[in-house]
Each structure stands twice: as C-alpha cells, then as structure tokens.
Ligand binder design. Structure first.
Ligand code: PAF
Length: 279
C-alpha cells in the first residue's frame, strides 16, 4: 500500500491506478479505524478495481469546544489494518496540505445541514461537504463509500454530488454494530466501562420505537418513549430523536415510507449518533 501525503504525488499515483480503464473507489475516513470502516473497505473492493482510503482529521468540521485535539490518531495501526483489508493507496495529507495558507473557499450546506446534528454542531456539515468535495477532486474516484451510521452526512453528500455535478456514485454501507447493538464509532473509545455497558440502551430504545412506529403507534408518543428509555438507561441528555423522510430528511409526524429514525444522545462527555430504517 502506498502512503501519500502531497497532492502532486497523489495525482500521479491515481493516474497509474486508473491505467487500463481500472476503477477507483474512495473511502474517506478520519482514522481511528474499526470494523465499521473495514466493512466500507470490503464493500469498496467489491465495487471497484482499486481502493483508496483517506485519513484526515478535518479541523473545519469540529466546533471550537469539540474534540479535534483529542480525536484518536494512530496512523501506524490504521495503515496495518488497511494493508490487510487490501487497500491500494492511503491518502494522508497534513492540515496545511489540505488547507494551505490563504485557503478561503468553502461549501455551504443549506437546510439539510441545519437540523438534527447540524443544530447542535453549527457549521459542521459545511466543513464535511468542503473536505469531501476536495477529496473527490484530489482522488477523482468512480465511487465513494460512506457509512450509513451518519445518515444525515450521507444525505448531504448525495445532495452535494448532485448539486455540484460530481460524476461519482455515492454508496452507503450498512451500520456495523457490536453484539449488544451499539453502532461502531471511533468515539466509543471515549466511553468508560460503565458508560459502554449503559450505551446499549440507545440502540435498544431506537429499535423499540422503530417497531412501534412501523406497527402504527403514534409517532410523537413512540419518540418520547424512546427518549425516556435512553435517559433511564444512563444517558445524560438527548440532542434529538426524530422520524425523518429517509431522502429529504424532512421531519415526519406521521409514518410514511421511506422513513428513518435519527438520534443523537450524550453520555458523559461523549455524543453518540445512531439511526434505523422504519419499515
Ligand atoms: O465520517 C467521517 O469520518 C468524516 O465526516 C468524513 C466523511 C471523512 C469527512 O471528514
């Protein structure tokens, strides 16, 4: 696996990978890789000839009081996992390569970025969209793969690709979960042992609400019951538990397919997100 840190070398390496009309899949990540990321790499291998993974902890998607400095970083461990998973190229630019002095242009995500996670993290999705657009232009993939765990992010990137005419297939990969149902996340590493045990209440409450809504129960009542169960399970606060149109993310007060249950909740200093299809 080549590890590349500058744009000129990256362009040459991507040209070489594409020789003979070979296809390239990009898996954008911020590192701290877990089995969820590796399932994205496995999907990428199935749909393209070569897999490029990026590792870049993107400062523009972190708010001033968020965990940018503390975000877990271990490139050596991540690189070894990516070699085993069959990655051709690791794109790992430093911050001043991605955002050289004088960088001023960014993407602004309207509406879709304002609700749910965007309400608690103003500017977050502008930072995500900007770096993903840059990664698309740098790597020029045929297909890019994102985890469904961040459903809002996936919807925003799909919209951005349509709005800005990126000729790239955007694929979502199913959420990878631990045996107790907790969605795999790099931020799970912040949980203490007790918090980790309690965190299983989060997916369990969402599962119960999704089943109740699909069975015809009142949406507001099902969401309120889920919030109460998450707090009773040991979480400190709820950012949101909402039913949304799976594509437009419009908030739904009555069930209609395709719908997605979206949620974020805080346990200690850690903010966890999750979502489920309601069908
Ligand atoms: O989901 C992530 O890890 C990040 O938001 C992404 C897509 C790599 C952009 O920095």
């Amino acid at each position: 696996m080549q590890i590349i840190r500058d744009i000129a070398t990256l362009h040459r390496a991507i040209d070489a990978l594409k020789l003979g009309r070979k296809s390239v899949a990009l898996v954008p990540t911020m590192g701290a890789l877990h089995n969820g990321h590796l399932s994205l790499v496995r999907m990428a291998r199935r749909v393209a000839d070569h897999v490029v993974v990026s590792i870049f902890v993107n400062p523009t998607q972190f708010g001033p009081n968020e965990d940018f400095d503390a975000y877990p970083r271990d490139e050596g461990r991540d690189a070894a996992l990516l070699v085993d998973a069959g990655t051709a190229l690791l794109w790992a630019p430093a911050v001043d390569v991605m955002y050289p002095d004088g960088h001023r242009t960014h993407i602004e995500v309207a509406e879709l970025g304002a609700e749910y996670c965007g309400a608690a993290r103003p500017g977050h999705f502008d930072g995500v969209a900007t770096v993903v657009a840059k990664l698309f232009n740098q790597v020029r993939p045929d297909v890019a793969i994102f985890g469904e765990k961040d459903w809002q992010q996936l919807a925003i990137i799909r919209r951005m690709a349509r709005d800005l005419d990126f000729a790239i297939d955007i694929l979502g990969a199913p959420i990878a979960r631990d045996s107790d149902g907790l969605a795999l996340s790099s931020r799970n590493a912040y949980l203490t042992k007790d918090q980790r045990a309690a965190a299983a209440a989060f997916p369990a409450a969402l599962q119960a609400a999704a089943q109740a809504i699909a069975a015809g129960e009142d949406v507001e009542r099902s969401l309120a019951r889920a919030e109460a169960a998450i707090v009773a399970g040991g979480f400190d606060s709820i950012d949101y538990v909402a039913l949304a149109d799976a594509d437009s993310l419009e908030r739904l007060t009555e069930f209609r397919a395709p719908a997605r249950l979206l949620a974020a909740a805080r346990i200690g200093k850690t903010r966890l997100i999750d979502n489920l299809a309601v069908s």
